[in-house]
Design a binder for this molecule. Structure first.
Ligand code: HEM
Length: 131
C-alpha cells in the first residue's frame, strides 16, 4: 500500500472516531478530551501529508494550503465552544464538522496529486532508461 493511501485511510478512520466522540459530547461532556485527541491526530496527519506535498515538485501551493488548514483545524476546534453561543451555535457546530471532514478531503486530494506526480517521475525515469 502506498503512503498517500495509508494517510487517507487512517485520516478517515480517525475522523469517524472523532465524530463519534464529538457527538458523544452532547450526552457525555467528558468525551471532549478523547474527541480532541482524535481530532489532533487528523490535524497531524494533514500536517505531515502537507509537508510531503510541499516538498513535491509542482505541489508547493497545495502543501502551504494544507499546512495552514492543519493549523486552523485545532484552533477553530478549541475556540468553537465560545463562538456564537446561543440559538445559532448549531451553525458553528456544522462548520466545525465540515472543517473536520474538509481536512480528510484535503488529505485525499493531496494523496491523489502526490501519487500522480510520483507516477510521472517514475515513467520519465523508465523512458530515459529505455532510450
Ligand atoms: C484538533 C482538532 C479538533 C478539536 C480541538 C475539536 C474540538 C471539539 C470540541 C471542544 C467539541 C465540543 C464542543 C462543545 O462542547 O460545544 C467538539 C465537538 C465536535 N467535533 Fe471536534 N474537534 C476537532 C476535530 C474534529 C474533527 C476532525 C471532526 C470531524 C471530522 C470533529 C467533529 C466534531 C463533532 C461532530 C462534534 C459535536 C458537535 C459539535 O459540538 O460541534 N471535530 N470538537
Amino acid at each position: 500500500m502506498n503512503t498517500a493511501r495509508l494517510f487517507r485511510i487512517s485520516a478517515t478512520i480517525f475522523a469517524v472516531i472523532a465524530v463519534a466522540f464529538g457527538m458523544g459530547t452532547y450526552t457525555h461532556a467528558n468525551f471532549t478530551n478523547i474527541h480532541m485527541l482524535f481530532g489532533f491526530i487528523v490535524a497531524l496527519l494533514l500536517l505531515i501529508m502537507s509537508v510531503i506535498t510541499f516538498f513535491t515538485a509542482g505541489l508547493r501551493i497545495l502543501g502551504v494550503m494544507g499546512i495552514i488548514y492543519a493549523l486552523i483545524l485545532p484552533i477553530f476546534g478549541i475556540q468553537q465552544a465560545v463562538i456564537l453561543v446561543g440559538d445559532l451555535h448549531w451553525l458553528v457546530e456544522t462548520v466545525h464538522l465540515a472543517v473536520g471532514f474538509g481536512a480528510v478531503a484535503l488529505i485525499g486530494v493531496m494523496g491523489e496529486r502526490f501519487a500522480r506526480s510520483k507516477r510521472s517521475v517514475d515513467n520519465a525515469a523508465t523512458t530515459s532508461k529505455a532510450a
